[in-house]
Design a binder for this molecule. Structure first.
Ligand code: HPA
Length: 271
């Protein structure tokens, strides 16, 4: 990690973020709100390949949101692109090593609940990780975190309570639910979606859970928001496509640009 931090320090020698904000497909809008922004392409950081998916910019943006120093990861790395878990570990741990204590994770998702439709935001209460393998597999570096990490309360209850109160104040509906993560890049079959409903999933997507496991391992507190871009396949006559996902991500992103700054401000004020 030293080489990762050294590369960032060339651009921002003294910047210490309070939190990291990981922005998924079509959700990058919030990074434009940062003031005194310093933008660093992932390519300039050793071990981070640029994500190839349209809607993902692959930029680290350091700056201030509501006066609070934050590190926005604009664009994530997906396993389905052939990226290794090692790169995803670097991306998440970079936030911790820059000095942050909290990670806000966002991701586009399909909803398994008919009453929660495209353009809505769901607060992630917990996850079901169905990616192949585990992002912590391989030798463990004890200086980063323990070999066996608890995922109880992975999506911090206190942070969820704050987020719910903020959403209520802003009059933005914020249903809470379980996010089920799959490798992708194929979308699910209707039969899989029926099966996932019986497993207790409320939303399905291709990210979030690996990053949250890595974040919890290195001791970052986590708050997760799923941007609902569609009803999961089989629940509506509309086809599930990446283009449709990006289109509706914009509606959810507008809500995120209200929810996240208010959250950042409140968190900083309470500490
Ligand atoms: N399935 C998986 N990932 C997604 C979906 C979906 O329906 N929508 C947005 N990301």
């Amino acid at each position: 990690m030293q080489e990762v931090i050294a590369a960032i320090r060339k651009y921002a020698p003294h910047f210490v973020p309070k939190m990291g904000i990981l922005l998924g497909s079509g959700l990058g809008m919030i990074a434009e709100q940062l003031t005194q922004a310093i933008t660093i392409p992932y390519q300039a950081i050793p071990g981070l390949q640029a994500g190839a998916v349209s809607g993902h910019a692959s930029l680290l943006v350091l700056g201030y949101l509501q006066g609070v120093p934050v590190a926005c990861l604009k664009g994530r790395l997906h396993l389905y692109e052939g990226v290794s878990y090692e790169s995803i570990r670097r991306l998440v741990r970079m936030v911790k090593f820059l000095g942050a204590d909290t990670l806000v994770v966002t991701g586009a998702a399909g909803s398994l609940r008919e009453e929660v439709g495209a353009g809505e935001v769901m607060l992630i209460q917990d996850h079901i990780h169905l990616h192949p393998g585990n992002p912590l597999q391989g030798p463990n570096d004890e200086s980063i975190g323990p070999r066996f990490v608890s995922l109880e309360n992975a999506y911090d209850e206190g942070l969820r309570d704050s987020m719910k109160a903020i959403a209520a104040r802003l009059a933005i509906a914020l249903p809470e639910g379980v996010y089920l993560s799959l490798l992708g890049p194929s979308f699910e079959t209707p039969a899989e979606i029926r099966a996932f409903r019986t497993l207790g999933a409320d939303a399905v997507g291709m990210s979030v859970a690996p990053e949250v496991i890595i974040a919890r391992h290195c001791g970052l507190r986590v708050m997760g928001l799923a941007a609902i871009t569609n009803l999961a396949v089989g629940l509506s006559s509309d086809k599930v496509t990446h283009e449709g996902t990006l289109h509706f991500a914009e509606f959810a992103a507008r809500k995120l640009t209200k929810l996240i700054p208010a959250f950042v401000k409140e968190l900083a004020a309470n500490e």
